[in-house]
Design a protein around this ligand. Structure first.
Ligand code: 48N
Length: 321
């Protein structure tokens, strides 16, 4: 019989009353069942709580995060496979940096919850298998490529590791609806942060009175908002509309071999302060799309992280704000 594992049981302290049955000895049964009421489920009850305690526990932390990340070191726009790979690589390399991730959807992960055509398995061409091994994600080795049995295994593992970093904050259900700009020495523009709003607000600017946004200042922004679509390619479309980019190349037809190399090698600083990676880049460069293979998303994220650190160090030397 496996020895029972004891879990710490925290008795209620400042709660209004002690209620509830005494929590059992907190031992985990060998079969994993948690003994919380010593089998006396009919008397089971949770520790008592007052609703305001829940409201305050959430609000205090969220508003503290908004205050902390109002000045970030790096902001990543879009928590798809590229944005999350960028965040993981950055947070692991630089635990001293404050990294904010802004994700429009309630559910981060972008297009990486399924392989292609709603099939489960996710294909990554080598050498992206090295990224999977670093994350401890199991895969089947098929020679030139590997297969993760379910795309959600990749995305959920990557997401959980990113969220576990103490220097990363995910603001989901939050949209970037503009970019903060500065004039740089050459008279061009430099990106110096993002303009944010609740996504549900951003979706209703046309049918409500003015609902102004908030902001996050940062010397480096990494935009990975995916290829064109209702929310796609946001930052590069905004660069065109503010005349910081002449025009977009527009994503081209599917060609896996051409597309994946181009996206990884092309991940770079598009205008001072703004790095673009993942499929958003295909809209800038007129790169091919690769369809249902995700190695380029992971490795574009690795490259975006390296590019971001180079820009961050330069900005620090320039004391650019
Ligand atoms: O997954 P996506 O769309 O983008 P990537 O570049 O991380 O991954 C792309 C990949 O899934 C493919 O498209 C595959 C490889 N197929 C290629 C092909 O040929 O079809 O994630 C982008 C994320 C999403 O979660 C959006 O919700 C979010 O960005 N987003 C935003 N978040 C905040 N503010 C915005 N303005 C915004 N726009 C998009």
């Amino acid at each position: 019989m496996a020895p029972a594992v004891t879990i710490d049981v925290v008795e209620p302290t400042t709660l209004p009353h002690k209620g509830g049955v005494p929590v059992g000895n907190g031992k985990l049964r060998a079969n994993g069942g948690v003994e919380t009421a010593d089998g006396k489920w009919k008397d089971f009850t949770f520790h008592p709580i007052r609703e305001s305690q829940v409201a305050r526990a959430m609000a205090r932390r969220y508003f503290n995060d908004l205050d902390t990340y109002a000045e970030s070191d790096i902001v990543i726009v879009g928590a798809g496979s590229c944005g999350l790979s960028t965040a993981y690589t950055l947070a692991k390399a630089r635990p001293d940096l404050k990294i904010a991730i802004i994700e429009a959807s309630v559910s981060p992960g972008g297009g990486a919850w399924l392989g292609g055509q709603l099939f489960s398995a996710m294909v990554m061409r080598k050498p992206a298998d090295k990224f999977l091994s670093d994350l401890g994600i199991p895969f089947e080795d098929e020679g030139a490529y590997v297969v993760v049995k379910h795309a959600a295994l990749f995305t959920s593992t990557l997401l959980s590791k990113v969220l576990a970093f103490p220097n990363v904050k995910l603001f989901n259900a939050t949209s970037v609806e503009d970019l903060i700009t500065r004039r740089d020495e050459s008279g061009g523009i430099r990106i110096a942060g993002v303009v944010t709003n609740w996504t549900l607000v951003a979706m209703h600017h046309d049918d409500q009175s003015c609902m102004d946004p908030s902001t996050i200042n940062a010397p480096v922004i990494i935009s990975t908002t995916g290829h064109d679509g209702p929310f796609g390619a946001f930052s590069v479309k905004r660069l065109v509309s503010m005349q910081a980019l002449e025009k977009l190349g527009g994503m081209r037809g599917l060609d896996m071999n051409t597309a994946e190399d181009a996206i990884v090698k092309g991940t770079r600083e598009i205008v001072p302060g703004l790095i673009v990676g993942g499929m958003e880049l295909s809209e800038v460069d007129g790169a091919n799309r690769m369809g249902p293979t995700f190695g380029a998303m992971a490795l574009s994220g690795v490259k975006a992280a390296e590019e971001a650190l180079a820009v961050f160090e330069l900005r620090q030397k320039q004391n650019a704000i």
